[in-house]
Design a protein around this ligand. Structure first.
Ligand code: NAD
Ligand code: UDP
Length: 309
């Protein structure tokens, strides 16, 4: 197949590109390098089935080539970046999704939206099933990201209903692994880089807030399974094992053998207190369940960061 991946130079996009190339597909990787990491795609550039296109997906685009699948991953994804660039974030989520759906309609291609657990906001239902509508502050500082993805879901379902575009929507929960940018700003890359540099680990608030972390390799298999399935309902993908940020910081200190200390800093505004995916739909429909434990995944990620920083 010919496959377009927007955000293909990012953390997840580069893993997805590599996985699809391995299966023999042609990958057209699009990115504007706003947070992408050039070195993620360096090993792919010389591959005959890989082509890179530098473009901002919030601007319209014409593609000559026939396309079979489109994965729309382009977005500012880390709070550090989207809080600084709220308008760009909304544009990638809303205009970018609209542009991709236009291409999907014109090419009769299957469309994949990388949505997020942030559509549930600071959840009042725990763990979060797909039929929970969420608790999002639309005018809060995180609204630019949360509402860009909620709007992206709405426009995706509108294209399915009105234009019969074949769609898949996955709500990704916190995922980590090799190919994350050292300045990405999300918690696992921050803690590992700080631990390896013998700097204090910056735990926000009192560190009791929780997240559930999925290893990238597991997530990519889930994405492929979702795209290959017949299910057009949203599907949560993530690892349900939930940990506090205090626990995570101590585990990373143990695994890196670092002498760093923990430093408590302000909790960002509207930071969700807890998050855990209900993965029953993924289990039932895709027969998917994460295989890599947090400790195993962190060891692989620490090895990666030791090489690049
Ligand atoms: P990332 O920042 O590493 O990758 C995103 C990529 O999109 C970057 O390469 C960036 O340069 C590119 N991009 C941003 N705006 C663009 C634009 N307007 N035009 C073209 N390219 C643009 O982040 P990631 O973790 O790989 O995230 C990929 C997708 O998965 C995002 O849509 C994100 O919202 C979603 N997601 C990720 C997680 C996670 O934990 N990793 C969780 C939930 C959702
Ligand atoms: N966090 C932290 N220290 C950091 C970065 C983040 O304690 O250096 C916390 C953050 O406040 C949140 C959790 O870690 O409670 C996950 O944050 P991240 O930015 O990775 O993603 P989020 O799940 O909030 O989108």
């Amino acid at each position: 197949m010919n496959i377009l991946i927007t955000g293909g130079a990012g953390f997840l996009g580069s893993h997805l590109s590599e996985r699809l190339l391995k299966d023999g597909h042609f990958v057209l990787c699009l990115d504007n390098f706003s947070t992408g990491f050039k070195q993620n795609i360096e090993p792919l550039i010389s591959r005959p089935n890989f082509k890179f296109l530098e473009h901002d997906i919030s601007k319209p685009l014409t593609i000559e080539r026939e396309l079979h699948w489109i994965f729309h991953l382009a977005s500012l994804a880390s709070p550090k970046h989207y809080l600084k660039n709220p308008i760009k974030t909304l544009k990638s989520g809303l205009l970018g999704t609209y542009n991709c759906l236009g291409i999907a309609k014109a090419k009769n291609a299957k469309f994949f939206l990388s949505s997020t657990s942030e559509v549930y906001g600071d959840p009042q239902v725990h763990p979060q099933p797909e039929d929970y509508w969420g608790n999002v502050n639309p005018i809060g500082v995180r609204g630019c990201y949360d509402e860009s993805k909620r709007g992206a879901e709405a426009i995706t379902y509108a294209y399915m209903r009105q234009h019969n575009v074949n769609i898949r929507v996955v709500r990704i929960f916190n995922t980590y692994g090799p190919n994350m940018h050292p300045d990405d700003g999300r918690v696992i890359s921050n803690f590992i880089v700080q631990a390896l540099r013998n700097q204090d680990l910056t735990v926000c608030g009192d560190g009791s807030q929780t997240r559930s972390f999925c290893y990238a390799g597991d997530l990519i298999e889930g994405i492929i399974a979702a795209m290959s399935s017949d299910c057009s309902l949203p599907i949560n993908l993530g690892n349900p094992k939930e940990v506090s940020m205090n626990h995570l910081a101590k585990l990373i200190l143990k695994l890196t053998g670092s002498k760093s200390k923990i430093k408590y800093i302000d909790l960002p505004e509207d930071d969700p207190k807890k998050r855990q995916p209900d993965t029953n739909r993924a289990k039932k429909i895709l027969n998917w369940y994460p295989q890599v434990s947090l400790e195993q995944g962190l060891i692989k990620t620490i090895t990666y960061f030791k090489k690049i920083i």
